[in-house]
Structure formats: C-alpha cells, structure tokens
Ligand binder design. Structure first.
Ligand SMILES: O=P(O)(O)OC[C@H]1O[C@H](OP(=O)(O)OP(=O)(O)O)[C@H](O)[C@@H]1O
Ligand SMILES: O=C(O)c1cc(=O)[nH]c(=O)[nH]1
Length: 209
C-alpha cells in the first residue's frame, strides 16, 4: 500500500523537490521536499483510495474511538470523508484555542472522557500533532493514535509521539516516497543521497540556508 500511495502522490504532482531553493516548513525549518496532500481533495478517484486505505487501517488494527478528529486545517477533510463513509461522529482541533466565541480549541459536540482518533495529512516534526494533543487533553478528551497520509519518519517526531504515547499509522512515508520517486526517474542517485542527508539531520541541513 505505501508504495502505491507514494506513486499516486508523485504522479499527481503533489510532491515537489527543490534542493537549491528549499521549502520553509510549519516548524520554520527548511527542507528539499514538499508534499502537498491538499491536492488529493481535487482528485476524486485517488481521494476515494485514500479514504478506503484509512478505513482499512482502522479495521485491520481494530482502532477504537468515540469520535474521529481532524487536525486543522489539512487533516480536517480526511477525518470528514472517513467519518462520513463510516457514519461516525467527528470533531476538529485548532492549533490553539480561539480567543473569541466559545474559546474552543476542539470544535464539535463531545463529552469529557471520550476517545478521539486523530487525522493529520502529514507528520514532519510532529509539533502540530503535539499541539492537538494538548488541545484534546485540555478538553478532557483522550487519544492514543493518529492516522496520516504521509509520515516523514523523523527521529524528532518519533521521540515526541512516544513521549505522548501516540501510535502513528501512515498510508505512506519518506522511505516509500523517495524509493518511488527514484523508481519513476523523478530523482537520480544524487537527489536520493541529498534527501537522505536532509532526513538524517534536518536541523543541520536547514542551517545551511
Ligand atoms: O509535523 P509538523 O512539523 O508540525 O508539520 C506538519 C504540519 O504542517 C502542515 O500544516 P500547516 O501548518 O502548513 O497548515 P495547514 O494544515 O493549515 O495547511 C501539515 O498540514 C501538518 O499539519
Ligand atoms: O512541515 C511542513 O510544514 C510540511 C511539509 C510538507 O511536505 N508538506 C506540508 O504540507 N507541510
């Protein structure tokens, strides 16, 4: 499944490589790859495949939850499509609480003690997931798992998630994306080496720019 989803993302043009003029990420770090999972929403066949793959992961791993939870913004549509297909309730989590209205960070109708299964589009450093966990905890909700389309398999995110006792399930990851990109001749051996160098130490790589 991971290679198939990776090939489809690459064939859609959702993944861009720009080592000379790197992307700036949500964390502020710079890096040579950007995967725009938001483009999945515009491609109905692939979007259906992604929804089906998420549901397969939930069923195969017998994941239990009271509500599905989308992480704002890019995780929300995935949670919404799956919630609709499975006929399950859903909430979404803002990066921080609103400072007006009901001042919520978690939006929806929920009760203290309920368990949320989170959806994120991509996990890089894991900060967005950590912020969402803090929001769930403040709202007296629990969570022990998150589903994402792409996991960059960063050591910093692994450490963070293990401290938060969150199990991450991904439809594809850095390893599959780079293997598929090489296989499809979108990157050559030098490109692959550069991506691996970035992945081994993203902070040191970013500091060069
Ligand atoms: O694991 P992290 O290092 O936190 O990075 C991943 C996050 O960054 C992106 O969100 P972005 O801030 O671009 O906002 P969006 O979801 O509203 O597009 C992405 O959608 C993840 O939420
Ligand atoms: O870290 C990020 O902000 C990030 C990386 C990436 O490849 N795609 C994305 O949407 N966000």
């Amino acid at each position: 499944m991971k290679m198939d989803i990776a090939r489809n993302l690459l064939n859609l043009g959702a993944v861009k490589f720009s080592p000379q003029n790197p992307f700036t990420y949500a964390s502020g770090l710079k890096g040579p790859i950007y995967c725009d999972n938001r483009t999945i929403l515009s491609h109905v066949e692939f979007r259906d495949q992604v929804v089906a793959a998420f549901i397969e992961v939930i069923k195969q791993n017998k994941l239990s939850f009271d509500q599905l939870g989308g992480i704002a913004t890019a995780g929300i549509p995935h949670a919404a499509f799956v919630a609709d297909r499975m006929k399950k309730p859903m909430v979404y989590v803002r990066p921080k609480a609103k400072d007006h209205g009901r001042k919520n960070q978690v939006e929806g109708d929920y009760k203290p003690g309920q368990k949320v299964l989170l959806f994120e589009d991509l996990v890089n450093q894991g900060a967005s997931l950590e912020d969402s966990m803090a929001g769930l905890t403040s709202a007296e909700l629990t969570c022990d798992a998150c589903l994402c389309v792409v996991d960059y398999e960063m050591q910093s995110a692994k450490t963070r998630l293990s401290e938060l006792s969150i199990h991450l399930y991904s439809l594809t990851d850095f390893s599959a994306l780079t293997s598929a990109a090489f296989e499809l001749n979108l990157i050559n051996q030098d490109g692959l080496n550069l991506l691996r160098e970035w992945h081994a130490d993203p902070k040191a790589w970013s500091a060069k720019f």
